[in-house]
Design a protein around this ligand. Structure first.
Ligand code: SF4
Ligand code: SF4
Length: 334
C-alpha cells in the first residue's frame, strides 16, 4: 500500500484510510471486538491511517484494535467543540477512550463556512496549544463545503490576499492548520457550496500551501456506484490528495479496496457486486417526529411530513449523521 506524507505534518499515511463510521451503531453496529479485529486486519494489509470522530462512537473499536497490534496506526479524530472547555473535554475523552497519550490528528468537525470557523476559533486555538505541548501532532478541519478549504489555503499562504475569502475576519489561529478533510467526488455530490472542480482547485491550493489533504465520499455516499470506475479513477488521479477515507465492513471489502488503491487486479465478481449495491436510509415507524435529525442533516435530505420524518434519497449521501442525534434509534444507514 502506497504511503504518502500528509502535507507537512511529518505523518506518513497509507493512501487508503479506514473510515470507521461504517463500524458504528449508525451503520454496521459492530461490537468493539468485531470492529477491532477488522481494523487490525486492515492494518496488516497496509492501511495505517484510521479516521474517526467523537460522534461515531468508534473509540472502543479502535482501542480493541490497538491491543492487537504491535505498531500504532495514524489516528485522526474530529470534535464539534466550539470553546476551550469543550475542546479540552473532547481531547481528554479521546485520550482516555483510546488509551493514548498523544492523538495524531484532531479536526474541527463539519465546518461549513468562514463564519462557522470564526465561531469555533477558541476551540481551534485550544487544539493548537495542545499541539505545542505534544498532546496532538496535527490540527485542522473536516468540511462538506469549498469555502473552508479555500479559507485554510489563503490563511496558510502568506503571498495571497486572505481577505478575498475571509473578508473582515482575521484568520488568526487557522494560519497554523495542518490538515483538511474535505468531501470530494467527481460530481460534487453532497457539497454545500460550489462544484466538484471548485473543490478540487481549492484542495490543490491548500496542498500547495502545505496542508495535508485526505478526502471523503469519493463515491458520493453510494450515488456514484453506477459510475464506480470513473469515480475511483477521478479520486485516485488527484495527486494533491494524500489519502481517501473509505468505510469498510468486511475483510473481503478491505482486500478489494487495497487492490483498487494499489492498482492491482480486482475480483470482477466483487466489482460487479459493489457497483450494483444500493445503500439505503432506513427509517423505523416509531419516529416521534421530534425533528432533531432534520436539523442535523446539512444536506437538507430530511423533512417532516404528517408527524414523521421523510427522506429525499436523491439528496442523501448516507453519512449517517442524522442517526447519531436520534435518541430512539429510528434511523440506520444500510
Ligand atoms: S430524530 Fe428520530 S424520532 Fe426525531 S424525527 Fe428524526 S427519526 Fe424521528
Ligand atoms: S439524511 Fe442523514 S445520512 Fe442522509 S445526508 Fe442527511 S444526515 Fe446524512
Amino acid at each position: 500500500m502506497e504511503k504518502r506524507r500528509l502535507g507537512t505534518t511529518g505523518l506518513e499515511v497509507s493512501r487508503l484510510c479506514f473510515g470507521t463510521l461504517t463500524l458504528s451503531s449508525a451503520q454496521a453496529a459492530f461490537s468493539a471486538r468485531e470492529g477491532g479485529e477488522l481494523l487490525a486486519y486492515a492494518f496488516g494489509k497496509g492501511i495505517n491511517f484510521w479516521d474517526t470522530a467523537e460522534i461515531y462512537e468508534t473509540y472502543p473499536h479502535i482501542r480493541a484494535a490497538l491491543r492487537l497490534l504491535a505498531n500504532k496506526p495514524v489516528i485522526s479524530t474530529k470534535t464539534y467543540a466550539w470553546s476551550s472547555e469543550s475542546a479540552r473535554a473532547s481531547v481528554d475523552q479521546a485520550r482516555r477512550a483510546l488509551d493514548l497519550d498523544v492523538i495524531d490528528i484532531v479536526l474541527l468537525h463539519e465546518q461549513e463556512s468562514v463564519l462557522t470557523m470564526d465561531g469555533h476559533r477558541e476551540a481551534f486555538s485550544y487544539l493548537l496549544t495542545q499541539k505545542e505541548k505534544g498532546v496532538i501532532r496535527a490540527v485542522g478541519l473536516s468540511t462538506h463545503a469549498v469555502e473552508p478549504v479555500l479559507a485554510l489555503a489563503a490563511a496558510a499562504d502568506s503571498s495571497t490576499d486572505s481577505a478575498s475569502v475571509w473578508g473582515d475576519i482575521d484568520p488568526g489561529p487557522y494560519r497554523e492548520a495542518d490538515v483538511v478533510h474535505p468531501l470530494l467526488n467527481r460530481r460534487g455530490l453532497g457539497l454545500l457550496d460550489g462544484t466538484a472542480s471548485q473543490m478540487a482547485l481549492a484542495c490543490e491550493r491548500a496542498h500547495a500551501a502545505g496542508l495535508g489533504i485526505y478526502g471523503m465520499k469519493m463515491l458520493g455516499g453510494g450515488h456514484l456506484l453506477p459510475e464506480f470506475d470513473e469515480a475511483v479513477s477521478y479520486a485516485l488521479g488527484l495527486t494533491f490528495v494524500d489519502a481517501f477515507a473509505v468505510g469498510m465492513q468486511s475483510q473481503a471489502e478491505v482486500d478489494m479496496n487495497v487492490a483498487l488503491f494499489n492498482a492491482e487486479e480486482v475480483d470482477p465478481a466483487w466489482l460487479q457486486a459493489t457497483r450494483s449495491r444500493q445503500r439505503r436510509l432506513v427509517i423505523g415507524d416509531w419516529c416521534t417526529g421530534c425533528g432533531a435529525c432534520v436539523e442535523r442533516c446539512g444536506g437538507r435530505a430530511l423533512r417532516l411530513e404528517g408527524g414523521k420524518v421523510v427522506a429525499d434519497s436523491s439528496r442523501c449521501i448516507f453519512c449517517g449523521y442524522c442517526a447519531t442525534v436520534c435518541r430512539d434509534f429510528v434511523i440506520k444507514v444500510i
